[in-house]
Write a protein that binds this ligand. Structure first.
Ligand SMILES: *Cc1c(COP(=O)(O)O)cnc(C)c1O
Length: 378
C-alpha cells in the first residue's frame, strides 16, 4: 500500500474537466487547488492534450542527444524572463537543489572554497530533499533526518537589518520566495526585496528566487519578480510549468550562464521531449491578455472576500490567483473539510490560512460559485 505521508481523503477521484473534478460516485467538485498550483490550465485542456498526443512519438531520448522540444522551451523561457540559460529538472525540489549547486559552483569558480553559505527566510519552503529541507526555514522540517546539509542560515522576512547582519564573506547566495506559499501566502514587501537585490548586486551574492509556486502566470505576471522590479540571478520553476506533467527548471541570468559545464549536473528524465513540449504549450498561452485576465480574477476574489466582512476572516492577501485567507478563530483544516463536504476543494497554508490556487483558466461564474460556498462556511 501507499506510505502514510499524506492525510487520507474519503473521496476517490476519477477524472477532471476544466475547473471541475469528478469522484467515482459521480459527485462533482469545483477545484480551487489546481493540484497545488500544478494544473494551471485546468483539467482536460485541449491545448495540453494536443501537445501530449503529438509528443507521444518521442517521449524520451536522454540528454545525450538534442531535441527541438527542449531548445524550444528554453528559448520561450529565456525570452519571457530576460535571463540566459536553462537546466530542466522534474520537480521543484530538484530545481532548487540544482540552483543551490549552481550558486555554490559560481562562488567556488570565482572565490575558491569556503564561500558557500546560503541565507534563506524564516517560514520559507523550498522542498523535501535533504538539502532543500536545510534551505527551508521552518524548524518543524528539521527533525529526524539528520545530518542535514550544512551552510544554511535563516533570517526573518522583511527585515533588511537582520539580513545584513547575517551575511558574511562566506555568503554566496540568498534564496527567497516572493510570496511564501506553504508558509501562509505571505507576499514580501517591495522595498525589502529591492534593498535585498541591491545588496546582492553590490556584494556579488547571487539572488535565487524560488518561483516554483509563484511562477508561470500564477501571480498574474509570467514570474512574480517582474512585479518587484528586480532581475534575479537564478530563478526556479516547477509546479504550474507543465500544466500537470512533471517538470522543473533552473533559469539563470548572465552570471551563471556558463557555470555548469559538461558533467557538472544532470538528470535522466529532466528535459525529456514530452514534458518540454507540453510545457511549451503552457508557456505559449501566457500572453498579455491572459495574464491580465488572471489579475482581474484575483482582484475580484480578494475584493469579494473582503466585502463579506466575515468576523472569521482576519486578512485576505496574495498576488494574482495565489490567495490566502487568514482566519481569526476557525481552524483551516476544518474549513477545508467543510468546503469539501460542499463540493469545493481548497488548500490550507499553516494552521490558520486557507489557500486558493484555482486553475488560471477558471471562469468568473465558477469563481462566484466557489465564493458562494466559501461565504456559507466563513
Ligand atoms: C512546492 C514547492 C517546492 C517543492 O516542489 P516539489 O515539486 O514538491 O519538489 C519548492 N518551493 C516552493 C516555493 C514550493 O511551493
Amino acid at each position: 500500500m501507499l506510505m502514510n505521508t499524506y492525510p487520507k481523503s474519503d473521496v476517490t477521484f476519477t477524472r477532471g474537466d476544466g475547473s471541475f473534478v469528478y469522484s467515482d460516485k459521480g459527485e462533482v467538485y469545483l477545484d480551487f487547488t489546481s493540484g497545488i498550483g500544478v494544473n494551471s490550465l485546468g483539467y482536460n485542456n485541449p491545448t495540453i492534450t494536443k501537445a501530449l498526443v503529438s509528443g507521444a512519438s518521442l517521449m524520451h531520448l536522454s540528454n545525450l542527444y538534442d531535441t527541438a522540444q527542449d531548445r524550444n522551451l528554453a528559448q520561450l523561457l529565456i525570452a519571457k524572463m530576460g535571463l540566459k540559460s536553462v537546466f530542466f529538472a522534474n520537480s521543484g525540489a530538484e530545481a532548487n537543489e540544482g540552483a543551490i549547486k549552481l550558486a555554490r559552483k559560481y562562488s567556488y569558480d570565482k572565490y575558491g572554497q569556503g564561500r558557500h553559505e546560503i541565507i534563506t527566510l524564516r517560514n520559507s519552503f523550498h522542498g523535501r530533499t535533504i538539502t532543500t529541507l536545510s534551505a527551508t526555514g521552518q524548524d518543524k522540517f528539521h527533525k529526524y533526518f539528520t545530518p542535514f546539509t550544512d551552510g544554511f542560515s535563516y533570517v526573518p522576512a522583511n527585515d533588511i537589518e537582520a539580513l545584513l547582519q547575517a551575511a558574511t564573506d562566506r555568503t554566496c547566495a540568498i534564496m527567497i520566495e516572493l510570496v511564501q506559499g506553504e508558509g501562509g501566502v505571505l507576499p514580501l514587501d517591495r522595498k525589502y526585496v529591492k534593498e535585498l537585490a541591491e545588496f546582492c548586486r553590490n556584494e556579488d551574492v547571487l539572488l535565487i528566487v524560488d518561483e516554483v509556486q509563484t511562477g508561470v502566470g500564477r501571480c498574474a505576471t509570467f514570474c512574480a519578480y517582474e512585479q518587484y522590479g528586480i532581475l534575479p540571478d537564478i530563478v526556479t520553476l516547477a509546479k504550474g510549468l507543465g500544466g500537470g506533467i512533471p517538470i522543473g527548471a533552473i533559469v539563470s541570468g548572465a552570471k551563471c550562464e556558463f557555470t555548469f559545464g559538461v558533467g557538472d549536473h544532470g538528470s535522466t528524465f529532466g528535459g525529456n521531449p514530452l514534458a518540454c513540449r507540453v510545457a511549451s504549450a503552457v508557456v505559449g498561452t501566457m500572453e498579455k491578455s491572459f495574464l491580465e485576465g488572471i489579475y482581474d480574477k484575483g482582484d475580484y476574489i480578494v475584493k469579494t472576500l473582503k466585502q463579506m466582512h466575515s468576523p472569521h476572516i482576519k486578512e485576505v492577501r496574495g498576488l494574482g490567483l495565489m490567495i490566502g485567507i487568514e482566519l481569526s478563530d476557525l481552524s483551516a483544516i476544518d474549513v477545508r473539510a467543510r468546503c469539501q463536504d460542499n463540493n469545493l476543494l481548497v488548500l490550507t497554508a499553516g494552521t490558520n490560512t486557507i489557500r486558493l490556487l484555482p486553475p488560471l483558466t477558471i471562469s468568473l461564474s465558477e469563481i462566484r460559485e466557489g465564493l458562494a460556498i466559501l461565504q456559507q462556511i466563513i
